[in-house]
Design a protein. Sequence first.
Length: 444
Amino acid sequence: MSHPLRSLPKIDKILQESRFSDHSKELLVTLARDYLEEIRTQFLQEATPIPPSESILQEIERRYEASLAPSLVPLVNATGIIVHTNLGRSVFAPELIEEIKPLLTSYNNLEYDLKEGRRGERYSHLHGILKAILGCEEVLVVNNNAAAVFLILHTFAQNQEAIISRGELIEIGGSFRIPEVMKNAGAILKEVGTTNKTHRRDYEEAITPQSALLMKVHKSNYDIVGFTQEVELQELIDLAKKHNLIDYYDLGSGFLESVPFTNEPTLKKIASLSPSLVSFSGDKLLGGAQAGIIFGKKSLIDRLKKNQLLRMLRVDKFTLAALEATLRAHLLHDYEKIPTLKMAHLSLEELKERAKKLKSCVHGYESQILQTQGYAGGGALPNQSFFSIALALCHPQKSPMELEQSLRARGVIARIEQERVLLDMRTIFTSQLESLAQILNEVF
């Protein structure tokens, strides 16, 4: 008898199959070899039976189709978290994408000065609009806020002291830790105060001839409450000016227009204090593309531009185009083009109407429209919740976890509270309600 492994189809025979006639031969060879090797290994190690030739061909075809399917797929965000980091943070309105489409489908003046007819600077494209909105001296955009923090520390505090409150030595998602960033940027970390209380005198007493920078960090994902004290930005700016140091505020998120569920100052208010440097994210409450936006004193930003690291941290044409269109929408108060801001301002009445519409379209399960709480997300406005409306679901046969998994398998990301699956209306677009109803009817 011939050895069972001899029944495995040969690679050249697989490539000659008519079903694969229009397939990429290079990809087919790789997938077929990998799968045949899996079969050999399982047979030799576990005595697993050799599949029939037709089953092998079907599995290779399935793997081929799966390998060409896009990894990034659109989802329904039913969590109620507006700036959901795991779900791509801020989203773009179709109108905004159409607005920038001509820039992305043709050559453009990314680094070309049309007036002078020579090489230009890519950072100039956001220069005017950001200065107009913020009223600041100068701006610079890098690929995210973490890059902005690193660039600033590397430029101004390398082998010098960066003084920061112990209550602001944060860690955010992805193990981004301020102490580690300082160390990698070559800055000397100098902690002052305590976890819950830091006074102006703590900074002042820590200043030495080796000090370069007074740093303030937004606490991102948490609050310290109770017996607390922190130094306000204006005090830090005054203290830095008194001792000829740089004040730097790592704001993390930041927003231009007032958000209904917080009393935190807007970027315009912060800019009016005339800080040395401030950095924040473009894809959080600003509602734009991923970027780290730096604004402040022109003399300092000019020095940032001379740092060789900037070449590695620069943004591309899509980021610049999307950010410029988003900022223009802010400037013209055209909030329909900024879904992040639009979602934040939705009234409970509007959300109830969405919930009623969805509830009326699906059948066969127990559901209830209820008031719930949502969050901004993305490290913005920690512990500041706001009211929202959700459709609470119970399945007659499935547990809440099984129901959540069924929805997730169909691209709907929900949350579980009190043994019910909640679909929060604030982060579900009206354009998604029809397809969401179809998914719910399928699941139930």
